[in-house]
Design a protein around this ligand. Structure first.
Ligand code: PLP
Length: 233
C-alpha cells in the first residue's frame, strides 16, 4: 500500500471513474474515511490530504479522539446504543445507523436538549442478514413516518446499507440497487424541512465502485485508505 495520501487519491480516482461510467458527476459522491482503530495523527494526515468527512463506529473512539482531530465532519456509522446518544449528540454531524423508534426518540430528546436538529440516515438491511443491524423496507417507511410525526429535532437525510461481504463485489449490486429504489421512492415523495433525502450511504473498501455505479452518494472507506485494521491495539 502507498501513503495515506496516495491511497486517498487512488480511492477518489476509482470513485470518480465509477461515477462517470454511470453517467454521474464525480462531485455527487462524498468520500467518508472510516477511521476506527486509527489515531489522531493518521486521521489528521488524511484530513490534510483532502478528507472532509470521517466515520467512526464506536462512541468511545469518537470521545477519545475528538479533541485531537482537526475540524472535519464526524459520522457515526456503527450501531448506536440508546444510553450513549448523549455523549455524541454535540459532536456528530450525521448518524447513519438509526434503525429503531427507541433510538430515534432518544436522539430527538438529546438533540432538543442541546438545541440542534440532528441529521440521520435510516439503516436498512437489504440482504436480511441476521448478523447485521438495519431494518426492512416496510419498517423503514414506518420509522420515517414516526420520526416525521414525533421527532421534531431529527431531520431524515437518507438511507445507509451494508452489503454482505463476498469475494465478488458484483454480488453486492442487487442489494445496492434495492436500497437505491427505496431511497428514490422517498426522495421523490418531495422534500420537506425534516425529510430531506440527499444522502445514500453505500459502499466500503471492497465494493465502493459497485456502490457508486448503483447510485451511492457517500462511500465509507477504511481499509483501502489506512490498511488492515489491528483490533488488538
Ligand atoms: C468499518 C466500516 C466501514 C469501512 O470498512 P472497510 O472495509 O475498512 O472500508 C464501513 N462502514 C461501516 C459501518 C463500518 O463499520
Amino acid at each position: 500500500m502507498g501513503s495515506i495520501k496516495e491511497n486517498i487519491d487512488k480511492v477518489i480516482s476509482i470513485m470518480d471513474e465509477a461515477a462517470q461510467q454511470a453517467g454521474r458527476r464525480p462531485c455527487e459522491v462524498v468520500l467518508c474515511a472510516v477511521t476506527k482503530t486509527r489515531g489522531p495523527d493518521e486521521i489528521n494526515e488524511a484530513i490534510r490530504a483532502g478528507v472532509t468527512d470521517i466515520g467512526e463506529n464506536k462512541v468511545q473512539e469518537i470521545l477519545d479522539k475528538y479533541d485531537f482531530v482537526d475540524p472535519v465532519r464526524w459520522h457515526m456509522i456503527g450501531h448506536l446504543q440508546t444510553n450513549k446518544v448523549k455523549y455524541i449528540i454535540d459532536k456528530v454531524d450525521l448518524v447513519h445507523s438509526v434503525d429503531s423508534v427507541r433510538l430515534a426518540e432518544e436522539i430527538d430528546r438529546r438533540a432538543k436538549q442541546y438545541g440542534k436538529v440532528m441529521d440521520v440516515l435510516i439503516q436498512v438491511n437489504p440482504a436480511k442478514e441476521e448478523s447485521k443491524f438495519g431494518i426492512g423496507a416496510e419498517e423503514a417507511d414506518a420509522l420515517i413516518n414516526h420520526i416525521l410525526e414525533n421527532c421534531a429535532n431529527i431531520r431524515v437525510k437518507g438511507l445507509m446499507c451494508m452489503a454482505p461481504f463476498t469475494e465478488n463485489p458484483e454480488d453486492a449490486a442487487s442489494y445496492f440497487a434495492e436500497t437505491r429504489e427505496l431511497y428514490e421512492k422517498h426522495a421523490k415523495a418531495g422534500r420537506q424541512e425534516r425529510l430531506d433525502f440527499s444522502v445514500l450511504s453505500m459502499g466500503m473498501s471492497n465494493d465502493y465502485a459497485v456502490a457508486v455505479r448503483e447510485g451511492s452518494s457517500l462511500i465509507r472507506v477504511g481499509t483501502a485508505i489506512f490498511g488492515e485494521r489491528d483490533y488488538k491495539k
